[in-house]
Ligand binder design. Structure first.
Ligand code: SF4
Length: 178
């Protein structure tokens, strides 16, 4: 049976390594690197290059979105003092999930999702609620997930060590770096 086409928002190589391998069992997956939140640009380029290596290893296409940090700063400015997992993060998830939904709808994909729920520092319920909202808006299915379950995060740490993949020590934005 032909697999459904899934566009997966990927934020970094370690998360992509575990989640894309899992999803490609059941879906025809492509990755979408949409992360204007990452600061500074050198860090963005490093995470992109590492994710490209993972795409090559696992054999999936990786689409890079435009890197537009100015727009991201405009969207999140008023929440700059929020703690991690606060409202700034909700805006940040929403921005990236909406871009993924748009890209998936334009590209004729059947379904979209994100790898971000793998992280213990990310709120899966909120991401799933946002994903459902954009699924409705763009007329495309959303795959709800909480990839950190079943030891997902630990498995991704082990896998990235095995593959010598760079693992960042902050979420991505300038506020999380501080
Ligand atoms: S901490 Fe992470 S999820 Fe939250 S706003 Fe910064 S980059 Fe986005």
């Amino acid at each position: 049976m032909k697999k459904r086409r899934m566009l997966v928002h990927v934020c970094c190589a370690p998360d992509a390594l575990y989640v894309m391998d899992l999803l490609k069992e059941d879906y025809d997956v492509s990755g979408f690197f949409c992360n204007p939140n990452i600061h500074p640009e050198e860090e963005y380029r490093l995470r992109l290059e590492e994710t490209q290596k993972v795409a090559q290893t696992l054999g999936f296409d990786l689409i890079e979105d435009e890197y537009d940090p100015e727009n991201w700063f405009d969207l999140t400015e008023k929440f700059k003092d929020e703690p991690e997992k606060g409202r700034r993060c909700d805006v940040c998830y929403a921005m990236r999930l909406e871009r993924t939904a748009q890209m998936a709808a334009d590209g004729g994909f059947d379904v979209f999702t994100t790898v971000m729920s793998l992280s213990p520092w990310k709120k899966s319920k909120v991401m799933n609620r946002i994903g459902r909202m954009f699924a409705k808006r763009y007329g495309i299915d959303f795959f709800e997930a909480d990839f950190k379950k079943k030891d997902g995060f630990k498995k991704s740490v082990d896998l990235s060590k095995q593959h010598k993949i760079y693992r960042q020590d902050y979420c991505g934005c300038i506020y999380s770096k501080r």
